[in-house]
Design a protein around this ligand. Structure first.
Ligand code: AMP
Ligand code: MG
Length: 475
């Protein structure tokens, strides 16, 4: 038996999902299979290779799976949608990985569900490979994320803005698929019993220590807020822009989830936006910490009935917590910056030191600017940015360096991120039937901190002619 499913969500949370089979793919073909992840999951690799195309396209439901579409709501670009849910996804079930952690295996692009609204329930190959590539990059960068286990084309073609495209299913592995929007769904419907069951389930699965707290709901909120603050600080550290930080795309587990129009910033500018649908810049790079607080406020609202039986007191408790988010985020960000700057210990001026560096690298390629610091530990060599500002800044920085700064800097600042021009080229080739550029880029982003000799092309920013980059939602 390849999978030992144990489907606790389906078992413990009746009424929170719909049970239904994925669409049957007419001609499934395996395009990508993540053997590293499969090994972590304790799967038999030979059996997996045999069965992958069938299982991960939805054509064959593996033994023990109990496919369900999860209900959730969410604020999308600030407006509330009371019913979103898995409109093109099926949770196959949960497995325990080799460390004993419970992980969901979900199909995305696996056909219509009652939550599909106007959508066709399908996904195009390009966006599914994009999620695969970028989530693998995030994992290699040490950032909590859902993972991609496989991408299978179904043999169908679907109509999108770009024309007819090959359809594909992504098999995604996640600590869970519980979103802020999952809580909002039951809160909006006034289904307090189901909301409580969801809260208890989330605590047991992700934050078991919160069950012992005097008020478990508050302990849950605090734990989620801490993980999310750290997560967004890590995104900011690598220049990651999620692109659709809607409340349905924020996971209670603290993993990055739902890679749509996401991309990595090149030239440093807090106003950077890539998504074609984000016209107001709500989810711009520099806004992500504010949206962290906004989304957590929506979670607090949903949990209010469990904060305190007295509604006024519940609101006071929530407000005190919401006020603590900005300082918690700032502390997490400074921690990330200390690592990126290779500082020894912690000092009060570290935030200013980091901010002054950012002032000196406005418009400069974010990844390169930090990576080059490793060469400037003892001499003013190779740094990029405003020359005068850096001349003043470098001595201040050197005075704060840890003894093993060079090694630490190389381990904290990636040389290789998924460069937008390379991602586009790889996805275009894959859509045309050539997987080689995707595989080469995937191998490169899996080794972000290694030496780039012989693979310099993966570390360079987009050539001048690439122009302004625009991403589209993966629908
Ligand atoms: P996303 O933008 O992928 O986070 O999706 C937002 C919502 O739209 C979720 O409820 C999805 O299930 C739904 N959705 C996105 N694309 C499709 C599609 N092609 N068919 C049906 N539902 C979709
Ligand atoms: Mg989503």
């Amino acid at each position: 038996m390849t999978f030992s499913f144990d489907n606790s969500y389906a078992r413990d949370l009746p009424g929170s999902y719909l049970r239904l089979e994925p669409a049957v793919a007419p001609a499934p073909q395996l395009r990508a299979l993540n053997l590293f992840l499969a090994k972590d999951l304790g799967l038999d690799l030979d059996v997996l290779r045999e069965g992958a195309a069938g299982w991960f396209s939805g054509a064959v439901v593996p033994d023990g799976a109990d496919p369900i579409a999860l209900a959730y709501a969410g604020h999308q670009f600030g407006g509330f949608s009371p019913q979103l849910g898995d409109g093109r996804a099926h949770l196959l079930g949960e497995v325990l990985d080799r460390s004993g952690a419970r992980r969901d295996i979900q199909l995305k692009g696996s056909g219509r569900t009652p939550f599909s609204r106007g959508g066709d329930g399908k996904a195009a190959l390009g966006p599914m490979l994009r999620e695969y590539l970028i989530s693998e990059s995030m994992a290699a960068l040490g950032i909590p994320t859902t993972r991609a286990l496989a991408v299978v084309t179904t043999g169908e073609h679907i109509l999108r803005d770009q024309g007819l495209l090959p359809a594909a299913v992504l098999a995604r592995v996640a600590a869970s698929h519980i979103r802020v929007g999952t809580f909002q769904f039951f809160a909006a419907r006034g289904e307090t019993d189901k909301l409580r069951a969801l809260m208890d389930y989330t605590i047991a699965r992700h934050y078991p220590q919160a069950a012992q707290a005097e008020t478990p709901a508050l302990a849950l909120f605090d734990a989620v807020a801490a993980r999310q603050a750290r997560l967004i600080a890590q995104w900011m550290g690598v220049g990651f822009i999620h692109g659709v930080m809607n409340t349905d795309n924020m996971a209670l587990s603290g993993e990055t989830i739902d890679y749509g129009p996401c991309a990595f910033m090149e030239g440093y500018d807090p106003a950077t936006v890539f998504s074609s649908i984000d016209r107001q810049g709500r989810y711009a790079y520099g806004n992500q910490p504010l949206i962290l607080g906004w989304n957590l406020a929506r979670l607090a609202e949903a949990l209010l009935p469990f904060f305190d039986a007295d509604p006024d007191r519940a609101v006071d408790l929530a407000n005190a917590r919401l006020e603590a988010i900005a300082p918690a985020y700032q502390a997490a960000w400074v921690e990330v910056m200390r690592a990126k700057l290779g500082l020894a210990g912690a000092q009060a001026e570290d935030a200013t030191l980091a901010e002054d560096f950012l002032k000196a690298i406005q418009g400069v390629d974010w990844t390169t600017a930090f990576r080059r610091l490793a060469g400037a530990v003892t001499v003013d060599a190779g740094v990029v940015g405003d020359a005068a500002a850096l001349r003043a800044w470098l001595p201040r920085w050197r005075a704060r360096l840890r003894p093993d700064a060079k090694t630490a800097l190389l381990a904290a600042n990636p040389a290789v991120i998924p460069r937008n021009h390379l991602v586009e080229a790889a996805l275009a080739a894959a859509t045309a039937g050539d997987m080689a550029p995707f595989e080469a880029l995937l191998a490169a982003v899996r080794d972000p901190f290694g030496d780039t000799t012989g693979r310099e092309g993966f570390s360079l920013p987009a050539p001048q002619g690439f122009g302004d980059y625009v991403t589209f939602c993966g629908t």
